[in-house]
Ligand binder design. Structure first.
Ligand code: ADP
Ligand code: MG
Length: 305
């Protein structure tokens, strides 16, 4: 689906008769009842974040979920936006085993983009749609403690690479998120953690979303991305995956790149008691609403065993 197809789809409901609209709405009731008061963690990233019409759909969905009594928590990414600003600043990226070497200057850019730009865009969109979003980084409320991610050499395990301020989560204290939720606010979290010496760490947003879903004992973790879900070697959508099957797909290279931390986070969350973990297509208008408030299955569901 192209972006313009998606934008056109997102607003055109004129062909639906009022009777059918009422029917559709009433079918959401069992789901609203089931999820009332439950926490839903949403990882927002990829293409869905760069198309304005889809952004608006996303913000409206979040607000609607909050108003019908669910507790959405948004964790956003920002890879493409970071890439863009680094490019403008003429900073050449160095990568080791696919991970960006994050020196002090790069980390400054990461913080500007994530906490200054992307987070405030998401907060602004949700507020414009009638919600009360509050932006947080992992520093706020002492939420995300992190340490330097250790990267073993893929050929020589005795060798370690220094990739700078890329972080591994030590612990998450969700009390600030809980306080906001109880007060009608919608938390929007940037994936930045702090270390022992108050230094900042850039953490993969999928990993943050998964761990936050676990510590919040969320009912659902939804990872919105720029692809239909997890695909097999032939490009077919895999609607359900077990940890064992995932291991095979990673080992044979079918799952690669950005899907690796995403699927790893998804398995962790599923195994740690998050009831439903889904990787869904953020390019589909109202993908999140359809997933939560209908019996339609979308994308890939990750099983705990
Ligand atoms: P996001 O911004 O949503 O985190 P990423 O680019 O980090 O997006 O991760 C999603 C990407 O993972 C897809 O666009 C795709 O290019 C890649 N990918 C690698 N292996 C697979 C797979 N087996 N199925 C689906 N996507 C995959
Ligand atoms: Mg990613």
């Amino acid at each position: 689906m192209t972006k313009s197809d998606a934008s056109a789809l997102s607003t055109d409901v004129s062909h639906i008769a009022p009777r059918e609209k009422a029917e559709i709405l009433s079918q959401a009731l069992p789901y609203i009842r089931k999820y009332h008061g439950k926490t839903i963690v949403i990882k927002y990233g990829g293409n869905a974040m760069t198309d304005p019409a889809l952004q608006q759909d996303f913000a409206e969905d979040v607000v609607l979920l909050k108003l019908v009594g669910l507790n959405p928590v948004v964790v956003h990414g920002g890879g493409p936006q970071i890439e863009e600003l680094l490019g403008k600043l003429g900073k050449k990226g160095h990568f080791i085993q696919g991970m960006r070497v994050t020196d002090k200057e790069t980390m400054d850019v990461v913080e500007w983009v994530l906490a200054g730009e992307v987070q405030q865009d998401v907060v602004g969109m949700i507020n414009a749609a009638g919600g009360k979003a509050v932006g947080l980084t992992g520093r706020d409320g002492g939420m995300i403690r992190a340490k330097k991610l250790k990267v073993q050499d893929k050929d020589d395990p005795s060798k370690e690479h220094d990739i700078g301020q890329v972080g591994d989560i030590v612990s998450i204290d969700p009390s600030v998120v809980k306080a906001l939720q109880d007060d009608q606010f919608i938390p929007v979290v940037s994936p930045i953690g702090f270390g022992e010496h108050n230094e900042s760490y850039n953490i993969n947003a999928d990993v943050v979303a998964a761990k936050l879903a676990t510590v919040l004992q969320a009912e659902k973790l939804l990872m919105l991305t720029n692809i239909r879900g997890v695909l097999d070697k032939e490009g077919q959508l895999l609607t359900e995956l077990t940890p064992r099957r995932i291991d095979e797909l990673v080992a044979d290279g079918t799952i690669s790149g950005g899907m690796i931390p995403k699927i790893a986070g998804a398995i962790d969350a599923a195994k740690s008691g998050v009831n439903a973990v889904h990787i869904i297509d953020g390019r589909v208008p109202h993908a999140m609403l359809l997933e939560i408030l209908s019996d339609q299955a979308y994308g890939t569901m990750i099983r705990s065993k």
